[in-house]
Design a protein around this ligand. Structure first.
Ligand SMILES: NC(=O)c1ccc[n+]([C@@H]2O[C@H](COP(=O)([O-])OP(=O)(O)OC[C@H]3O[C@@H](n4cnc5c(N)ncnc54)[C@H](O)[C@@H]3O)[C@@H](O)[C@H]2O)c1
Length: 438
């Protein structure tokens, strides 16, 4: 099935609505950053669409435009924001609570942030035990809740005069669920929605609402959400791009930078121990073992797939990989992570690498939200539908077609992304062979 019959993208005219379930630390940092960039008082650092260049043609041609000047992306001035949260705080108040950005950055955009108030959320405490809030929808069944979300989306688009919209899930991590019969087909899923099937999570209801309206959906958390056959089916039916899961920031970003290097030079790894402390609301939610499990599964798969122990048993067959997250309130959003990597080289001699990353979680996540919103909108205008594997670059646990190996190596992910952009725009793909220069 060639479901991605790509066409030259339609121009990005008019306003792009960015709809965000979960308006906490990541969402407010993202929105505040874009508003600050719009006012020329900040730079969108970390956003490859805004800051990175892309090589076109041969090295001798010297063509290196910025990505945003190469592909027709929505202009940041044309972006408008809305979303849902279980708390009623406007974006200024929520940003204050999140304690990521300082007053000197929030005050100049206070008016814009105060104007954005979260719509009432679809929420189920069974999926997030450590949270409770007043701003929650009521409905007889899950289908009715989905209809209410669709009504919210239509109203938002109308009120803001949007030409197009995308949805990026930035809400808390839900408890771990395995795909089961209700997730298998769209019919079973819709039946489950009408019967209030407990296996359908709130994030799936948001994704269902978006996809029904042909609105691209990207999943920033490790929840299953649209990574189930029923919603993949809906995405293809409605011609809508989907991508996920779990923004690749912090420790996993470092892993997918360092591990491909060790693998490339055939350095052995006997153990990789990762631990971190995190004190924000995300950390609180992940303090519940059922929610941590969802994150753990997403984080663990990365090394296995980069090192491929089945095909490299002498180097990685015995590797022990452990990941811990510890909730530690004093640090707030400023996560600290430690990695101890036990490696071995020539003739088996052991060595160690220590990585101590003092990062800011939402500062790393915000540019990903921006790029995903812009690229998902681009994909839609290029008539791409279903799973957008070329956006794996941004995810810890990239969604791929069933049966395909994930590609976690960030450098291969980047080449895939850049070649997809070249392909969309009718430019030559770059293989890096280079023999023709000689
Ligand atoms: N910051 C990072 O580096 C990073 C990296 C990867 C993934 N993530 C994921 O991104 C998500 C957001 O992280 P954060 O730091 O902003 O967390 P946060 O706790 O500050 O914000 C999440 C918000 O979602 C809201 N929420 C929960 N369930 C909801 C629902 N059903 N509908 C609407 N709102 C709901 C919460 O009230 C909260 O305000 C988390 O799932 C996190 O695991 C973050």
């Amino acid at each position: 099935m060639n479901s991605n019959k790509i066409q030259k993208p339609l121009p990005a005219n008019g306003k792009l609505g960015v709809l965000i379930p979960g308006m906490g630390a990541v969402a407010t940092t993202f929105i505040a950053g874009v508003e600050a960039v719009k006012k020329n008082i900040a730079l969108p650092i970390g956003s490859m669409t805004q800051m990175s260049t892309i090589r076109l043609g041969k090295r001798t041609e010297n063509r290196q435009p910025l990505v945003k000047d190469f592909v027709p992306l929505a202009n940041l001035q044309d972006m408008v924001f809305g979303g849902w949260d279980i708390f009623e705080d406007n974006m200024y108040e929520a940003a204050k609570t999140a304690e990521v950005l300082e007053s000197k950055h929030l005050e100049p955009i206070r008016k814009e942030l105060e104007a954005i108030r979260p719509m009432s959320a679809v929420f189920d405490k069974a999926y997030i035990k450590n949270l409770d809030g007043p701003n929650v929808k009521k409905g007889a069944d899950k289908m009715e809740l989905a209809n209410q979300l669709m009504e919210d989306i239509r109203n938002f688009i109308k009120l803001n005069g949007c030409d197009r919209a995308v949805m990026v899930w930035c809400a808390s991590t839900e408890k771990y669920v395995e795909p089961s019969s209700v997730h298998e087909t769209l019919d079973a899923f819709e039946e489950g929605m009408r019967n209030n099937d407990p296996r359908i999570s709130p994030s799936m209801i948001y994704a269902y609402a978006a996809l029904n309206l042909s609105i691209p959906f990207a999943n920033g958390a490790p929840n299953l959400t649209c990574d189930i056959p029923a919603l993949i089916e809906l995405a293809y039916r409605t011609g809508t791009p989907i991508a996920g899961k779990d923004f690749k920031t912090g420790q996993t970003l470092m892993k997918t930078i360092v591990a491909p290097g060790l693998h490339a030079r055939a350095i052995g790894v006997s153990g990789w121990f990762s631990t971190n402390i995190l004190g924000n609301r995300d950390g609180k939610v992940l303090d519940d073992p059922e929610n941590f499990k969802t994150k753990e599964v997403s984080k663990l798969s990365v090394l296995e797939e980069i090192f491929d122990p089945q095909n490299n048993p002498e180097l990685y067959g015995e590797m022990y990989h452990k990941v811990r997250i510890n909730y530690y309130p004093p640090r707030g959003d400023n996560k600290e992570s430690w990695d101890n990597i036990d490696i071995f080289g020539w003739m088996g001699y052991p060595m160690q690498i220590k990585i101590n990353f003092l990062c800011r979680d939402s500062i790393l996540a915000a540019p990903i939200v921006l790029d995903l919103a812009l690229f998902m909108d681009l994909a839609k205008r290029a008539h791409m539908k279903g799973i957008q594997e070329w956006l794996s670059f941004y995810f810890k646990s990239p969604q791929v077609k069933t049966g395909l190996r994930h590609e976690h190596d960030i450098f291969k992910q980047l080449i895939k992304l850049q070649n997809t952009l070249r392909y969309i725009m009718g430019e030559d793909l770059i293989t890096h062979l280079g023999l023709d220069y000689y």
